[in-house]
Each structure stands twice: as C-alpha cells, then as structure tokens.
Design a protein around this ligand. Structure first.
Ligand SMILES: NC(=O)c1ccc[n+]([C@@H]2O[C@H](COP(=O)([O-])OP(=O)(O)OC[C@H]3O[C@@H](n4cnc5c(N)ncnc54)[C@H](OP(=O)(O)O)[C@@H]3O)[C@@H](O)[C@H]2O)c1
Length: 283
C-alpha cells in the first residue's frame, strides 16, 4: 500500500473516534459572462469569496448575494460549478462575476482583485475560504501533499488577506476560514491543523493593523461540514459525527454561510480579531 492509501486508511480509522475535520486566467469562454456582469450597476457593496465554486464558499456566495452584495465567485478547477453559482445569484436578481485564480499565486490573487474592482468599483467583504485538506501521519505525509496544502491554506490565505488589506474599503469585513480541528488536534491532521491554526493569528494581527477604519477581521472555525473536502475521504469520514454533536447533525455549508454573513452585517461589527467557533457544539 502506498503512502496516500495508508494515510487515507488511517484517517478513516480516526474519523470514527475523533472530530473529523478531515489566475485570474481569464479564458476566452469566461469573457462573455464576465463582461455581461460587469456592465451592470457598480453601486452598492461587493464581496470576494475565494473557493466559492462549491461547499462553504458557494453557500457563502449565495448567502451574501441574498444579503445584497455583488459577488466575485472564485474557483481553481471547477469552472462549471462556479458558473452555476453565478447564474443562481443572477437569477435571484444579484450581480456576480466568475474568475479563476490559484490563491497560492500572488499575481493571480492580485488579478482576481483587479477584476473584482473593475466590475464592482471596490471591495467591502473578503472571505478567505479556499482550502484543501490532505491528511496522514507525519511519518507518511509526502512533501508534495504537505507543500500543496501549505501553498493553498497558509500562503494562499496570506496572499488573499494581504490583497484585502491593501484594498478593502473603510467599514469592510474580512473573514478567514480556520477549523474546529484546532480544538482537538487529532492524529494524522498535523499539517492541516497547523495551516488552520495560522488563520486565527492572521485575523488577530490584521484586525490590529486595520485599526481605526471600522474594519473587522475574524477567523471562523467550522466543525465537520458536509462538503467534498470531507467526502473525498469516503463516507466513513463523516461517521459518528452527528452523534458526537450536541445539535445532533452534521454541519451544512449554509450553517457556516449564516455565521459568516452575521459577521458581515452591521450587528456583527463589534466582533473583531476573534476566532468564532461554528460547530454545533462538537468539541
Ligand atoms: N468541510 C469542513 O468540514 C470544514 C471544516 C472546517 C474548516 N473548513 C474550511 O472551509 C474552507 C472551505 O472548505 P469546503 O469544505 O467548502 O471545501 P470544498 O468543498 O473542498 O471546496 C473548496 C473550494 O476551494 C477551492 N480551491 C481549492 N484550492 C484552491 C486554490 N488553490 N485556489 C483557489 N481556490 C481553491 C475549490 O475550487 P475548485 O472547485 O475549482 O477546485 C473549491 O471552490 C476550507 O478553507 C476548509 O479548510 C472546512
């Protein structure tokens, strides 16, 4: 059995007993949708959500659109899913553009923000959501799996938060995705947990740096949420979680989108520099 198979087997064993948190490259085909959207009104508030083709990011894009934000939907590989999120937003009367960007690439992140600014005139909310989860024991984690995860979760989120710090308008909101896995630090999740713990530091530090501009910066720490990030490890990765959760079910992307949205409205303004746990009581 190879390293990754071993890692997966070990992770699945873990899932039964511990909390399982398991470029701008504007293509020719992308252009027409983007151009149509950017001809619409530039007034109002606007949000960038990285990794919003599916999962928590897609739910957050839909939710913030319903709350009145114009949305930049970002994806890495799933163009069709990202397009369908944008179409849904537009069908509901909202505005959206779609941009591919690898958050690990600072130039791509800059281009993502450039496209957003071009379409909507500025950014009020940035959700640093794009992330991946590679699991496995220290002894078996490959350099490639470790490096890609750090490039996405640690460097990628830094690239997004740095660009947000340079551009966000006064009164803005920044949220970065940590994880409740940092509460339990289960075996086989070392590199992932470390990359997520860093988000709490990012939020706390950036909140101070943006002081005086009525901008809040927070981390949010979901528990296990029913998305591809967990399901890629098989059904067993989700086993036992509802039973261990006081609210007796698995988290849904919409649960997290609702908490993120609550940080982005006026009533959430006094929450700043915090790590907000959203896990149904799973500890
Ligand atoms: N699900 C959970 O249980 C859970 C728990 C705690 C925290 N979180 C955190 O919540 C965030 C979202 O997780 P999820 O469960 O919604 O994951 P998901 O369903 O796997 O979706 C991940 C999203 O990130 C995008 N993405 C991946 N790598 C990227 C990159 N390098 N550049 C730009 N986009 C990239 C994907 O784009 P493509 O579709 O194009 O590949 C996709 O839109 C992650 O940061 C994760 O660590 C999740």
């Amino acid at each position: 059995m190879n390293d990754l198979s071993n890692s997966r087997r070990n992770f699945l064993a873990l899932a039964a007993t511990a909390p399982a948190a398991v470029a701008f490259a504007n293509s020719a085909s992308a252009q027409s949708n983007d151009e149509q959207s950017s001809t619409k009104s530039r007034a109002g508030r606007a949000a960038i959500i990285t990794g919003s083709s599916r999962g928590i990011g897609a739910a957050t894009a839909r939710r913030l659109a319903r709350d009145g934000f114009s949305i930049t939907v970002n994806y890495l590989t799933n163009r069709d899913l990202a397009d369908s999120v944008a179409r849904e937003i537009e069908a509901g009367g909202g505005r959206a553009i779609v941009r591919q960007a690898d958050v690990a690439d600072p130039a791509a992140v800059k281009a993502l923000f450039d496209a957003h600014d071009e379409a909507f005139g500025g950014v009020d909310v940035v959700i640093s959501n794009a992330g991946i989860m590679n699991v496995g024991p220290f002894a078996q984690m490959t350099d490639a799996a470790f490096n890609r995860m750090i490039a996405t979760n640690l460097t990628g989120s830094f690239n997004v938060l740095r660009e947000a710090a340079r551009r966000i308008r006064d009164g803005g909101r920044i949220v970065t995705l940590s994880s409740s896995i940092t509460l339990s630090n289960p075996a086989f999740t070392g590199a992932y947990a470390a990359s997520k713990a860093a988000q709490v530091s990012y939020a706390s530090v950036l909140a101070k740096e943006l002081s005086g501009r009525n901008i809040s910066v927070n981390a949010i720490s979901p528990g296990a949420v029913d998305t591809q990030l967990l399901r890629q490890h098989g059904e067993e990765a989700l086993k036992g979680i509802p039973e261990r959760t006081p609210l007796r079910r698995l988290g849904q992307p919409e649960d997290i989108a609702g908490v993120i949205a609550s940080l982005c409205v006026t009533d959430g303004a006094w929450i700043n520099g915090q790590n907000v746990f959203a896990n149904g009581g799973l500890s």
